[in-house]
Write a protein that binds this ligand. Structure first.
Ligand SMILES: O=P(O)(O)OC[C@H]1O[C@H](OP(=O)(O)OP(=O)(O)O)[C@H](O)[C@@H]1O
Ligand SMILES: O=c1cc[nH]c(=O)[nH]1
Ligand SMILES: [Mg+2]
Length: 210
């Protein structure tokens, strides 16, 4: 598994802004979508191209198109929705497969509550989006679900990863590449990433203050 921590100055700048305590819901949403867009740009770097001849105004011309596999964006509810629109800005025709998981605050285990996948997942590149990879449990469960549905090509886009979560995902699904804006220090005793962002879902949806 390759872990791509994106070093682009725009990504470094925006992830820094996102860490500010007291950030408004509007600003958190805006930056999360912008980072989703920048990470999607990086994650699509190796999509294969094919040459196609089209009718241009000046006559036939050979152009390049993305070949083969079509993309399914896979937001993990809720927080993954915050990145989804940014990814859709770049890939507006992508199909969307939704996974609902809620991390139990006591056990830190992901509890599934929703799954709705598009068809032909075996022919699609899945781009899972979730701002936080903490213990890795939610990402591992999502990859498990996608594989059970036949998906064979999966990438994970996250804003912040804990080293513990990367190791856990790597141990179970070594072929899944990660594209992230930051690899942080560690998890605290409550399973939160340090320094991290706090609770990304609550910040995006305005369900908790502070
Ligand atoms: O790597 P893990 O230890 O599994 O933790 C990460 C998960 O926790 C958060 O979601 P949460 O369950 O809080 O749901 P929410 O998005 O609805 O707030 C986050 O968005 C990830 O999905
Ligand atoms: O740091 C963390 C860990 C899990 N979920 C979050 O929203 N933040
Ligand atoms: Mg949450």
């Amino acid at each position: 598994m390759a872990v791509h921590e994106i070093r682009h100055p725009l990504v470094r700048h925006k992830i820094g802004l996102l860490r500010e305590a007291g950030i408004s819901t509007a600003k958190f949403r805006q930056l999360t979508a912008e980072l989703g867009r920048l990470l999607a740009y990086e994650a699509c770097q190796d999509l294969p191209l094919e040459n196609v001849t089209i009718d241009c105004w000046s006559g036939p011309v050979e152009i390049q198109q993305i070949k083969g596999k079509k993309i399914s964006i896979v937001p993990i509810l809720r927080a993954g929705l915050g990145m989804m629109d940014g990814v859709l800005d770049l890939i507006p025709s992508a199909r969307i497969s939704v996974v609902g998981l809620s991390r139990n605050e006591e056990t830190l285990q992901p509890e599934p509550y929703f799954e709705k996948f598009v068809g032909q997942l075996d022919e699609r590149q899945a781009l899972i989006v979730d701002p936080m990879l903490a213990t890795g449990g939610s990402m591992i469960a999502t990859v498990d679900m996608l594989k059970r549905a036949g998906c064979r090509s999966i990438k994970a886009l996250t804003l912040v990863c804990a080293p513990e979560g990367i190791a856990a995902l790597q141990a179970v699904h070594p072929e899944v590449d990660i594209y992230t804006a930051a690899i942080d220090s560690h998890l605290n005793e409550h399973g939160y990433i340090i320094p991290g962002l706090g609770d990304a879902g609550d910040k995006l949806f305005g369900t908790k203050h502070g």
